[in-house]
Structures are given as structure tokens and as C-alpha cells.
Ligand binder design. Structure first.
Ligand SMILES: Nc1ncnc2c1ncn2[C@@H]1O[C@H](COP(=O)(O)OP(=O)(O)OP(=O)(O)O)[C@@H](O)[C@H]1O
Ligand SMILES: O=C(O)[C@H](O)COP(=O)(O)O
Length: 399
């Protein structure tokens, strides 16, 4: 069912509450290290301000568990936003308290402000009605543009919709759904899904759901070791999730039955020490009886795997990439992720990148403009690909 969007409303002189996903990474100095999500929200923010809204922005940052903590404050984000807008952005030290109320009451048309982290109050994640009502305040309109948090039914994503006249989606949610849903309905073939990273438990169900759509899979990162274990190979001290070995076996059998090309790394770069100066070596290919010895841990795909994967990427018509090939945060473990990032960036295909770390890799090792779309959603994009309904979208007003 289609939902009202930001294009369908008149906001002139009205107070508008907008949920954004400003859950950005901060370093120890509380500096923003990746502003993809801020940039993602800007088109909607500018559109509402140009339309004369009194704009109240809210978001979570991290998982502070109901306690205010300086390291999870949205203050640095409000400052960065003000730089992007070239206008002051007021910041409330609280979310639904006195300071927030005073600032909200003094907003003028075309001005924006940011509320403190919604998760500084436990009632946010509990989707508490009183908290949602206070958050809505005098706003007639709620705009949800927090795609990254749309899979959470929290007070600021779902609850609040019960206390405003209209709830609409913003441009970012619209764009995310366009790429992750609409464009993947009839993808140019072959449709390649590249899955990597560390969280097998989060992603293995997505692989299963995508077997009806994808023609080929590349599995990298720690994901690969659970599959290699399922095939009976030795994986040494590598990160595996034994609880998912059975499901991995099922997936491998299903791929074979359906004629899906399921590419696991032919070999693995391993180390004995998890550090930026550690020595590494590449195992013999699994097919030649290779595998990972005890005392060694897989940290990247190997030298045989890299060109094989590059070839698979080069022939794809559509590429969906979620999760790095290795521990790319350390240079000595980053070769596989670097090579794959470059290959995806130059592929003549629709290229969609999802997941926090994959987007970071895309920004670090390639020109972000060389990808068709960088998703701001980690869990949210995975749930969408699994075919689940996102509560933050479902709660919006029907057209
Ligand atoms: N072989 C490996 N062993 C251990 N960790 C690995 C390995 N390969 C990749 N990783 C780690 O996986 C992490 C990323 O995995 P993750 O599943 O969180 O992906 P993601 O793209 O960030 O997705 P999301 O945003 O959904 O969390 C990186 O920090 C990387 O260092
Ligand atoms: O980073 C994310 O995936 C979103 O901001 C949601 O955060 P959460 O997993 O803490 O709900």
C-alpha cells in the first residue's frame, strides 16, 4: 500500500517532527568519522525548511540504554548539520524536557533544531505511548526519513505516528525503497549477491531468502568459514558460528539443486596474531586439500580467490554487496576488500552497497560516486531483503 510522502504535504508555518538516523560513528574525540547518514537526510531537511517548516529533528545515537552519556550526545551532529545548512541549528539538552519545549516554542518558519538522543530515555525503545505523545508535542506532521532505524518499532519511529495528524516518508526512505525493493524486483542478470562481514547469524537468513532471486553469490569475510566448516574443511581458529553449520549445509545443497553459482573463497589469508603489524600467509586452495591449520585464523580472502571474485563481479548485471571480505580496518588484512571494492566500483552493473562497514569500505577504497547506491541501512536493509515489513514504514499514513 502506498504511503504519503514529503511531496504530499504543505508545511508552511507548521511544526514538523522529523525522525532521522543520525546514528553516526564518532571517534574518542567525539568527531564524526563518517557523515553518510547526515548527508542522506539533507535533501528532506532542506525541502522542509524551504517549505517554511518549523523543523524539530530527533534521532538515536548508539545504544546508551536509557542513560544520558556524553559520548552518545547528538550535539556534534547538530553542529555538523548547521555547517551543512549554513544556518544556526539549535540543540536541546533534553529530548522531551523543558529545554526542548522552550526551543520548540521559539522556532520560526524555516528554522531547524535537534533534540538530544531519544535513547537517553528507556521509554524510546519500549515504544511507550506517553513518551511518544511528548515527542510529538504540538507537531501536526511527522516525517520519517530514518531508513536505518525503520526496522525498529520504537516511540520515535512508530509510537509517535499515533499522536500527529499525518505521518509521511522522506526522500531518503523513498530512495532506499526504490533501490532495495523496486529495482531488485526485476534485476538485470546475472544478479550477484556479495555477502561478507562477521555476523553470520544476521546474514545467513538473508542468503536463504535471496536464493529465489540471485543467480550467483560470493561469500567472503568470516561468513565463509561457517560454509567451509559445513563442507568438512578445517578452519583453524577462525571466527565461525557452529549453530549455523546445518543451515549452511542446507543452503549449499539448495544452491546446487537450483543451479545457483555459490562462490566461496578458493583460499584464505591467515594470521597467528590479530594486529596491524602481524605476519600473514595464504593457505593452499581448499580444493587441493588446503584448509586452515589450528593456531591460525582467517582474516581475508586469499590470492587465488581475489582474481576469481573479480571475474564474477565483472560479468554481473546487478550487484548487491553487504559485508567486507576481510578485516579491512587493518591494512595488512585489507587486500581482498580493497580489490573487491574496486571491482564493484568499476562494474558495468547496478551496484548497491549496504551495511555500515561495507559503506565505509566503499568510501575508503573507491570513489563513492562510482556506485549506483550506498544504503544508509544495516539491519534495516537486511530485513527488507529478507522480505520483512519495516514497522517505521508500515506506520505511515496511507495515501
Ligand atoms: N575473516 C574475518 N574474521 C573476523 N572478522 C572479520 C573477518 N572478515 C571481516 N570481518 C569483520 O567483519 C566486520 C563487518 O561485519 P558486519 O557483519 O558487521 O558487516 P557490516 O557491513 O557492517 O553490516 P551491518 O552494518 O549490517 O553490521 C568488520 O569489522 C570486519 O573486520
Ligand atoms: O545503525 C543502525 O543499524 C541503525 O541506526 C539502528 O541502530 P540499532 O541497531 O542500535 O537499533
Amino acid at each position: 500500500m502506498s504511503k504519503l510522502t514529503i511531496r504530499d504535504i504543505d508545511v508552511q508555518g507548521k511544526e514538523v517532527l522529523m525522525r532521522v538516523d543520525f546514528n553516526v560513528p564518532l571517534n574518542d574525540e567525539l568527531e564524526i568519522t563518517d557523515e553518510t547518514r547526515i548527508l542522506g537526510a539533507l535533501p528532506s531537511i532542506k525541502h522542509l525548511l524551504d517549505g517554511g517548516a518549523k523543523l524539530v529533528l530527533c534521532s538515536h545515537l548508539g545504544r546508551p540504554k536509557g542513560e544520558p552519556q556524553e559520548k552518545y550526545s547528538l550535539r556534534p551532529v547538530a553542529k555538523r548539520l548547521s555547517e551543512h545548512l549554513g544556518a544556526p541549528v539549535a540543540f536541546a539538552d533534553d529530548t522531551v524536557g523543558e529545554h526542548a519545549a522552550t526551543l520548540r516554542a521559539s522556532l520560526e518558519a524555516g528554522q531547524a533544531m535537534v533534540l538530544e538522543n531519544t535513547r537517553f530515555d528507556n521509554r524510546e525503545t519500549a515504544n511507550d505511548a506517553e513518551f511518544a505523545k511528548a515527542l510529538a508535542g504540538n507537531a501536526e506532521i511527522f516525517v520519517n526519513d530514518a531508513f536505518g532505524t525503520a526496522h525498529r518499532a520504537h516511540a520515535s519511529t512508530e509510537g509517535v505516528t499515533h499522536f500527529v495528524e499525518k505521518s509521511v516518508s522522506g526522500f531518503l526512505i523513498e530512495k532506499e525503497l526504490e533501490f532495495l525493493q523496486v529495482k531488485l524486483e526485476s534485476p538485470a542478470k546475472p544478479f550477484l549477491a556479495i555477502m561478507g562481514g562477521a555476523k553470520v547469524s544476521d546474514k545467513i537468513q538473508v542468503i536463504k531468502s535471496m536464493m529465489d532471486k540471485a543467480d550467483e553469490f560470493i561469500i567472503g569475510g568470516a561468513m565463509a568459514y561457517t560454509f567451509r566448516l559445513a563442507q568438512g574443511y578445517k578452519v583453524g581458529d577462525s571466527l565461525v558460528e557452529p549453530d549455523f553449520v546445518e543451515l549452511a549445509k542446507e543452503i549449499l545443497a539448495q544452491a546446487e539443486a537450483k543451479g545457483i553459482k555459490f562462490h566461496l573463497p578458493a583460499d584464505t589469508r591467515v594470521t597467528q596474531e590479530f594486529s596491524p603489524t602481524a605476519e600473514t600467509k595464504v593457505t593452499a586452495p581448499y580444493a587441493d586439500g588446503g584448509g586452515i591449520e589450528d593456531g591460525w585464523e582467517g582474516i581475508d580472502i586469499g590470492d587465488v580467490a581475489i582474481p576469481q571474485f573479480e571475474e564474477v563481479v565483472a560479468r554481473a548485471g546487478t550487484i548487491l554487496w553487504n559485508g567486507p571480505m576481510g578485516v579491512f580496518e587493518m591494512d595488512n588484512f585489507a587486500a581482498g576488500t580493497k580489490a573487491l571494492t574496486a571491482a564493484v566500483a568499476k562494474a558495468d552493473a547496478l551496484t548497491i552497497v549496504g551495511g555500515g562497514d561495507s559503506v565505509t569500505a566503499a568510501n575508503k577504497f573507491a570513489n563513492p560516486a562510482d556506485f549506483s547506491f550506498l544504503s544508509t541501512g544495516g539491519g534495516a536493509s537486511l530485513e527488507l531483503l529478507e522480505g520483512k515489513t519495516l514497522p517505521g514504514v508500515a506506520a505511515l499514513t496511507n495515501k
